[in-house]
Design a protein around this ligand. Sequence first.
Ligand code: NAI
Length: 471
Amino acid sequence: MSETQNRFDVVVIGAGPGGYVAAIRAAQLGMTTACVDSRGALGGTCLNVGCIPSKALLHSSERFAAARDRYAEHGIELGEVKLDLGRMMSRKDDVVAGLTKGIGQLFKKNGVEHVHGTGCIPKPGEVEVALEGGGTRTLVADRIVIATGSDSTPLPGVEIDEKRIVTSTGALALDAVPEHLVVVGAGVIGLELGSVWRRLGARVTVIEYLDRILPGMDHELARHAQRLLGKQGLEFRLSSAVKRAEVGTDAVALSVEAAAGGAAESLQADVVLVAVGRRPYTEGLGLDEVGVTRDDRGFIQVDDRFETSVPGIHAIGDCIPGPMLAHKAEEDGVVCVEMLAGQSGHVDYGKVPAVVYTAPEIAGVGKTEDELREAGVGYNAGKFPFLANSRGRAIGETDGFVKVLADAKADRLLGVHIIGPFAGDLLQEAVVALEFGASAEDLARTVHSHPAMGEAVKEAALAALGRAIHV
Ligand code: NAI
């Protein structure tokens, strides 16, 4: 390979949502770009073993549970509803394959070269790739963008084998419905994948260290979510810690203690899902040798141009501080390479939406009520239940509510939180409103179509102003 073929304006390491989007945007801006990834299928954790397969299974399992438990109320008699888990899994695999291939096509269209192998940085300006097919290739780059993402945080005393003790990766590919699934961690992954297997028939126990589920989300929503998920059969053991797990022939024996300490109790599970968070993945890049600084939790430190402690080496997404979410990584990637092209930019981590795809969905943007109280900010809170929303009533989806938080004096929107049907999609108008510095009055005076779930957002904004119409 000639030297010119190995020289690029930008080399991105990692083809997850952060990396592949950064590579495409860099190419759009006229930079010669390569994207290095060891996985055959592009798209990183999100497309291959994260967001996409989990959403496919969440949707399929929700349809299954609805056919089994809820269609009769609409006057639809189906007889016995049977699960074909193999078919459900192969549909999920097809969805993933279609989307990952699509990124390959986008790379071709934009002229991004995918270099299939594992990259490291022997020195600034150089990425050495151990090629998947054997051999090495050295890429010379004006700018390097590290987008290597994250992997699951291990739990001491609980060894992952991805068969009986699994991370989200194994939990997305079980070949049978476990009789008893124990989920460690009541965060996003625990609740989403716990929901999938509960709907498909497993008994599911969720063990959480804290005295609440979904830390980081608005507390009132989390309490409401726990009640609704409890009704679906998820059993919660809060303020509890798993100390050890031993795989036996028939079951996994877990030793569980109260978080405050005390005597251990034994719990049997067929499968254990460990979902206690994710940590930045920067193994094998040679960061220490090249002088890239990380914080004490392993996140790469960057300045407001996403540049690390080494000039010319940048980092984005889950491996730098900020919310560990695909859409945040994408924005990081776009802004990072736009700045490399001489443009200016900024990602406001205070306005990154978060969505939990349980049923109902749970979504939030901006400040939570707990954060506002703690910061001593005066605010008005307006709430509107989906029970009072006509579309919700028509389609039989009435669980949950919208909560709008606005500054007590200026009326500027501070946060919007939704638990309810399509909460993730409904939230987006609030994200736009926050981004534009809108007030609750702006949201309340915006025409919303009728009958639509979105009217609940308008009504919650009206409620923050003390003048909701339908409650
Ligand atoms: P998480 O941070 O959402 O939740 C982890 C939970 O485990 C916390 O509630 C924590 O208190 C608990 N925990 C920690 N140590 C524990 C222990 N020893 N025993 C019991 N509980 C313990 O992490 P999760 O669910 O693993 O997700 C990882 C990342 O992936 C998050 O950043 C999340 O935002 C992201 N993600 C996002 C999704 C989405 O946007 N829908 C879907 C799935 C993951």
